[in-house]
Structure formats: C-alpha cells, structure tokens
Design a protein around this ligand. Structure first.
Ligand SMILES: Cc1cc2nc3c(=O)[nH]c(=O)nc-3n(C[C@H](O)[C@H](O)[C@H](O)COP(=O)(O)O)c2cc1C
Length: 449
C-alpha cells in the first residue's frame, strides 16, 4: 500500500478503565480537566489527524428501565458531556482536529449550529461534527420522556436536521457580510446577512445564525451508523464516516457508500471511510494473544449482553443460545448496525454473538501480535476494504500510549503517514491543503449566497 492514511484517535467522554486497575485507581480520570488536556496534547504530539470523543445520552435499558449491570459495572454508563471538553482541548493544541458527536434525534439545529460554529472559531477551523441518530436509543427516549421513534423516522429527521443546519451555516452570512468598521460603527451589512427559511417534515424555521462565519463555515461533517438508512445519510452529507465490522462487511459498506456518493454527484472519494482499529501489541504474538484472552475472560456474559442491549435493544440472555437472533427480535427500532451485522445466510448463534461481544465489543477483531505483525494485519484490512484510514481504539487502560510509542513509528517507517497533517483546518487534514470549505459538489454548497 502506498497511499497515506488518516489517523483518528477514539475516546468516549466516559470513565477511564484505570478506576478498576489495582494501583492505578488514583490516576486522573474523566472528571478531571487535566486528563482531557493531557490526552489532546499526546494525540497532537503523536501526529494524529484528529481526536474523536464519542457521546450519547443513551444508556443500556430493557423493558423500560436501566439494566442494573450497567450501573454496577459501568457498562456504557457514566460519562461527561464530550462537547464541553472541546474548548479546553483546543486551548492546549494547535493542529489537532477535534471531533465530537451530537445526535440529530436529541438536539435542535439552532443549538447544534451555534455550538459548532463557536467551536470552529475557538479551534481556528479544527472542529468536526459526528452526525448520529444515536446509540442507546431506548434509554435516550426514556430520559427525554419521548416515545422511541421508529428507525426510519429517526433517519428522516436526521436528513431534515442536517439540511436546516447547512442552511444556517452556509446561507446566513455572505462571506463579506462582516464589516466591523470602528469608524462608521458598522458591524455587518444587513443586505448580506440573510434569514434562512425552512419548512421540512421535522423542523421549520425562519432565522439567522448570529455567530459570524468561522474558518470552515460548516464544520467537517462525520457520520456513524452503518445501517442501510445510515449509509444513505452518509453518502448524501458526510465527509468522513466511522465504520466497524468484519473485513467483508466493511468492504461492502465502503463500496456502497462510495457508489452512492458518486450517484449523488459528489464523487467516489468525497467520503473518507475510517475503520475502527484496535491494536493489541506485545513482544511476541503468543504474549499478545494471551493478554487479549485474559482481558476477554475478565468480561462477564452479563457485561457483554448489557453492551449488546445498549446498541440494539435486544436481550441476548433471553434468547436460545444455540440459534441465531430470531426475526421477531431483530426488527426493533433501536440501532440497526449491530443487528444487521449478525443476520443473513451464515448468521452466528446468540452464543457466538456473546463471545464476539466479550472479546471485541462493537469494534471488531483487534490487530494482534508483535508491532510488525499487528501493522501487517491493519494494512491488510485497509487494502481489503479500501478504507482511507483508522479510528484507533484505546488500550486496556484507556490510553493510546503503546500506539504512539510503537505502532505509529512503524506506520511512519512504512511511509503510510504524512510528515504532518495537511493545512491548518480539519477539512484540510482530510482532503489536503486549500480544502478549507465544503466542496461545491456537497449539497450544503447550494445554500451559499
Ligand atoms: C466508530 C464508531 C463511533 C460511533 N460513535 C457514536 C457516538 O459517538 N454516538 C452515537 O450515538 N453513536 C455512535 N456510533 C454509531 C452508533 O452505533 C449508531 O448511531 C447507532 O447504531 C444507530 O445507527 P444505526 O441504526 O444506523 O446503527 C458510532 C459507531 C462507530 C462504528
């Protein structure tokens, strides 16, 4: 492989696993600002293109109540608000892209557009929005006191949300509307600041985004959620997608997104496809395997089932372990990616799904072995799937230390990493210097005045 790859670092706003590691309990954790600023500094020093903080209001529920294991073992449970961390991380970095999630099901366009525009200013163009309809939907719906929205409606709402958000970002201000002339006391030209109008199936508005244009105008748009409807949304709006599955399924998803992006007039390369990558390296292949097995052993069946219920609303423990998920259980309105992943011709049994979730969660099999062999596996995965880069998962203690100390130098040695991220904005890191704004082929461009 010769092309340069994009490297994003994955974290959640959740608890760092050191709380349950004897001797490490007292280390700074997710409620310490210093933990987050150090993390951002390390990612920048290590040469990553961006740091992504996943986020959701959801938590694991079944039958209308939180699952006690979630609370007791902290399975997708305690987090802080990831977006609140972004400006602190921006203050201690100067090139690192910063990406976080806001769900289109939960937050409204005027809030989302103002938040991300503010962050785009504060980061000088390094912010990205991960658009999701939201994992842990059942919990999120209960929390907000709303019925669980049908899956298709959630994605229709997401489409409407993004369209209105793009109108605010691209259509409110002409690029030369801001005057800020102290002599005449003129802030902005009223003829060049526009009230946008929107009358969609889920959102209606007539208004102005009052925050002036920021370096990227529209933040770099990411998307996660690989169901059929999720891929449709990605092919229409996303500039980068986060994906996690087995190699064959990933190749199909990536090909599908690229084909649809092309059909939408955006071109096959308009969407950077980034795959979740977990590295588990040790001095020998055997040692890496043994360590991974020991970590898997430490995950109980209840833990794995709680995690699965969070993403899908399905209680695997109530099903026949020796059969695949029955069709009746598979048709729910929670997240679909981790249901669709285990259906079809060679569908695994419930027992096999639980085994997979104990070992690898939603992120797929790790690249396991010595540094060289783990990087070989990652490169093979990139080649087989045609992906553009990796979204690197944390290590068992929640850090990325081994990745930056060992894996990144090996990727560099193989010529897969650029010397430094391109340009100054996140969009340029992904698409090259000069690509600060949405391209003209993006649907958001038609709202420009
Ligand atoms: C690498 C990766 C990161 C993700 N990050 C988030 C996130 O931060 N918040 C969230 O709600 N969903 C996230 N998701 C996607 C959810 O799993 C998805 O929104 C959910 O499954 C619903 O979409 P679906 O029905 O298309 O699966 C992520 C997925 C992947 C693969």
């Amino acid at each position: 492989m010769t092309k340069k790859i994009t490297i994003g670092m994955f974290q959640t706003g959740g608890v760092r696993p050191t709380w349950k590691m004897p001797g490490r309990e007292a280390e700074p954790n997710f409620t310490d600002l210093g933990y987050w600023t150090e993390l951002a500094k390390k990612c920048e020093a290590g040469g990553a293109d961006f740091l992504f903080l996943a986020d959701s209001y959801g938590y694991p529920t079944l039958n209308g109540s939180i699952i006690p294991t979630s609370i007791e073992r902290n399975v997708q449970f305690s987090t802080v608000d990831a977006q609140m961390l972004m400006s602190a991380m921006a203050a201690v970095t100067s090139t690192l892209g910063l990406v976080t999630t806001v769900s289109t099901t939960v937050e409204k366009p005027p809030i989302v557009t103002r938040q991300y525009r503010t962050l785009d200013h504060l980061t000088k163009g390094r912010i990205g929005w991960n658009i999701v309809t939201g994992s842990g939907q059942a919990g999120s719906a209960l929390l907000f006191g709303e019925p669980l929205m049908p899956h298709g409606d959630r994605y229709a709402k997401a489409d409407d949300h993004v369209e209105l958000s793009l109108k605010y970002w691209e259509g409110s201000w002409q690029s030369d509307a801001l005057i800020a002339d102290s002599a005449s006391g003129t802030w902005a030209d009223p003829a060049k600041v526009h009230e946008i109008e929107h009358d969609g199936p889920h959102f209606s508005a007539k208004g102005v985004l009052v925050t002036p244009p920021s370096p990227q105008v529209t933040p770099t748009l990411f998307q996660a959620g690989a169901s059929e409807a999720g891929r449709t949304l990605a092919a229409k709006y996303a500039e980068a997608v986060f994906l996690a599955a087995e190699s064959k399924a990933l190749a199909e998803q990536i090909n599908d997104i690229r084909r649809r992006a092309e059909e939408n007039g955006r071109g096959r390369d308009a969407v950077k496809c980034l795959i979740a990558g977990t590295f588990r390296v040790a001095d020998t292949d055997e040692q890496a395997r043994a360590e991974h097995e020991a970590q898997t052993e430490a995950v109980s069946l209840e833990h794995a089932a709680t995690l699965y219920a969070y993403f899908t609303g399905i209680d695997l423990l109530s099903l026949d372990f020796d059969k695949p998920i029955p069709a009746a259980a598979a048709n729910g309105d929670n997240g679909r990616t981790n249901v669709e992943r285990f259906l079809g011709e060679n569908a695994p049994t419930v027992r096999e799904i639980l085994t997979e979730f104990r070992a690898n969660g939603v992120m797929g099999r790790p690249y396991l072995g010595t540094v060289e062999s783990a990087v070989d596996q990652a490169v093979a995965m990139l080649e087989e799937t045609g992906a553009d880069g990796l979204l690197v998962q944390p290590e068992p203690d929640g850090s990325h230390d081994v990745f930056f100390e060992k894996v990144m130098p090996e990727l560099r040695r193989r010529g897969l990493i650029a010397d430094a991220p391109a340009g100054t904005t996140l969009r340029e890191h992904l698409f090259g210097a000069g690509h600060k704004l949405l391209p003209d082929t993006h649907p958001g461009a038609r709202f420009r005045r």
